[in-house]
Write a protein that binds this ligand. Structure first.
Ligand code: IPE
Ligand code: IPE
Ligand code: MG
Length: 243
């Protein structure tokens, strides 16, 4: 790394990223969209390293949304292939750094070889406890919440859960990864000011950091800049600021 990150007073336990702008990055260079995604994959690697260095326990990246299934088949196919080749290239690094891989989303919609490859990496890293890397894949937050509602209803019908016990914690407990704490910080690259169906429930009180930088240009230095900005935030949770 060719820069010196400042020591941070507050380190978030969980950082979530909407990795956006791969297409525009490529277009500005006269490259194909998939070239942008490939360069973006290098930024994922940079984010993983930076998160580890900063002492962040959970890093979640939004890699493919339920809405992204609307993209041209050629781009979807390229993204799926890139996922497999990235896992082939980086799995070793997960082991070296003892990082556990997890995924969240409608995985049944993914092509079988992709699911199998991911499952292999999930199983191989399952015992690591210090750092977790979560890929939101074929992920949509409204679907996640609807599926939680379905499971809660089934439990009420079977008598496992009482209606009066359905509270905020019960909803959280039925989301895809109930044991993962909510992100303190959400980063979105490429300047878009929207959530695009990402972690609607979990981001209720998170700090948002939006940068115009396209995802392929978002590397360690930009990651630490986001953490520094987070350190200047005043989190009040609806209360009056303490003097
Ligand atoms: C983000 O980059 C990656 C995915 C959504 C898979 P985009 O592909 O959305 O890039 P832009 O927004 O078109 O620039
Ligand atoms: C959000 O980016 C999804 C991912 C980063 C995977 P999009 O590019 O799909 O979002 P919109 O279309 O700008 O809302
Ligand atoms: Mg986009």
């Amino acid at each position: 790394m060719d820069f010196d990150p400042q020591p941070l007073e507050k380190v978030p336990r969980h950082v979530a990223i909407i990795m956006d702008g791969n297409g525009r990055w490529a277009q500005e260079r006269g490259l194909s969209r998939i070239e942008g995604h490939k360069e973006g994959a290098q930024s994922v690697r940079a984010a993983l390293r930076a998160a580890k260095q900063a002492g962040i326990e959970f890093l979640t990246v939004y890699a493919f949304s339920t809405e992204n299934w609307k993209r041209p088949p050629q781009e979807i196919d390229g993204l799926m292939k890139l996922l497999i080749s990235s896992l082939n290239a980086y799995e070793q690094e997960l082991h070296e750094n003892k990082i556990r891989l997890r995924v969240m989303g409608q995985l049944e919609r993914l092509p079988l070889p992709v699911r199998a490859r991911i499952q292999k990496a999930i199983d191989a890293t399952a015992a690591y406890t210090g750092h977790t890397f979560i890929i939101a894949l074929s992920y949509g937050s409204r679907t996640e919440i609807a599926e939680a509602a379905k499971r809660i209803t089934e439990k009420v019908q079977s008598g496992e859960l009482k209606t009066e016990d359905i509270d905020e914690q019960a909803i959280s407990d039925h989301l895809y990864l109930p044991d993962v704490p909510d992100p303190e910080l959400m980063i979105r690259t490429s300047g878009e000011l929207r959530l695009s169906n990402f972690l609607l429930w979990q981001l209720s009180y998170s700090e948002f950091y939006v940068t115009d930088t396209y995802w392929p240009d978002f590397r360690e230095e930009q990651f630490f800049k986001a953490l520094e900005a987070y350190n200047l935030r005043d989190r009040r949770y609806g209360a009056v600021k303490k003097k």
